[in-house]
Ligand binder design. Sequence first.
Ligand code: HAM
Length: 422
Amino acid sequence: MAPTLQAIRGMNDLLPTDTPLWARIEATLRDLLNRYGYQELRVPLLEYTELFKRSIGEVTDIVEKEMYTFTDRNGDSLTLRPEATAGFVRAGIQHGLLHNQIQRLWCTGPMFRYEKPQKGRSRQFHQLNVEAFGLAGPDIDAEMILLTARLWRELGLSGVHLQLNSLGSAESRQAYRNHLISYFETHYHKLDEDSRNRLHRNPLRILDSKNPQMAELIATAPLLLDHLDEQSATHFEGLQSRLDQAGIPYTLNPRLVRGLDYYNRTVFEWVGDHLGAQNTFCGGGRYDGLVAHLGGRSTPGIGFAIGLERLVLMAAACGLDHTSAYTPHAYLIMVGTAAEHQGLALAERLRDQLPTLRLTANCGGGSLKNQFKRADRSGAHYALILGDAELANAQIAVKPLRGSDPQQTLTEAAVVELLRDV
Ligand code: HAM
C-alpha cells in the first residue's frame, strides 16, 4: 500500500466540526463591514517577491525568514502572500483606485508565513484585512478601532485589550533611529546575533525581538513617543480623544513597533486573555508613505488585519453559539421503494414552500432503525417519515427528536405549517 500522505506542517484542515464557527464569524465580519461602508477587494495569493520586499521591508522577520518564495517556469521570483496590505496598494495603484479618492476596502483569505507552528500560529493562516486610503486625519484611525471594538461586542468576546502607540513621521523616526543606534552601540556586548545584524540596517526591529535575553535592554531603550514630531503628536491626541469620547479603553504602549516597516504614526494591537503566548489577534496602523514608495501618487493609508484562527479561538473560549444555525430542522426518512422514489420530490416541495428550511433527506437507503440513528445524529428537531402506509393516506409521520412530544401523522400542508415555526 502506498504511504498515506499528510498535510504540510503548519497547514491545517478545517473540519466540518470547525467550519460552523468560522462561517458564523465570517458572516458577522462581512455584515459589519458592509454596514460601515467598506467594499470587498480580492487580490491574488501570489505576487512578485519584489512587492513584499519593498513594502514590508528587507530587514524584517517576514522577508528574511518567513516567505514562501519560488521561481516560476518563466524565471520570475514569486511569493505566496504573507499579508494583504502590499497587494492592496499594488492593486489600488494598478487600477487607479487611490489618487484623490477615498476608499474603504477589505478582504479575507489565507496568508503564508514559514513560522514555527504552535497554538494560534500556523504557516497557512487566515486574515480579515481592512484598509482605508485617502484619509490623513485621526478620524479614520478611530473609526477602524471602533469597528473592531463593535465586532468583539457582536461576537460576545471578553478579555480583549487595546494597545496604542505612535511611530511619528518618517523624519522623526529617522531621528529616533539615530538615538536607538547609539543606545544599542553602547550596549553592543549584550546584543544577540540577530540584533547585531540589524543594528545599522534596521534598529527599530531590535525592539520587536522575541528573545527574552534582550528584554531588559529593550525595556530601557529610548522611547519613540519622546521623539514624536508635533503633527504626529496632535494626530495621536486626536485619536485618543475620539476613543475617549466613544468610551473605548486603551493602554499606551511605547514599545509597540509592529513587525512590518511600512508604518508611521498610529499603530495598534488588540490582545486577548484566552490565547496563551500568541495573544495578538488584531494589529494594524497607518502607512502614509507606502503608496508613493510603491510608485503611486502620495496617498495616505491605514489598515489592520485580524488573525482569524486566533479570533476563532477567542470566540470559542467565550462560548459563541455557532451550531444552531447549521443543524437541520428536519430529517426525511424514506422506507420502501415507493417512498424512496417519491421522497426527494416531497423534500423539494417542502423547500419550495419554506425557503429557510434546513432539511436533510436520507440518501443511501437503510432500515428504519438505521435512518432514525442518522436523523438523531444530524441534530434535527424532527424526523419526517415516509413509508407505504403514509403514501397510501397522502400523509407524513412526524416524530419530534428532541423532548417528549408524541409522534403525529399529518398532511403535507400541515407539515409545512409545523415547520414554518422552527
Ligand atoms: P500582522 O501583525 O503581521 O499585520 O498580522 C496581523 C494578525 O495576523 C496578527 O495579529 C495575528 O493575529 C495574525 N497572524 C500573523 N501571523 C500569523 C500566523 N503565523 N498564524 C496565525 N495568525 C497569524 C499584518 O499582516 C498587516 N498587513 C496588518 C495591516 C493591515 N496593517 C495595515 N493594514
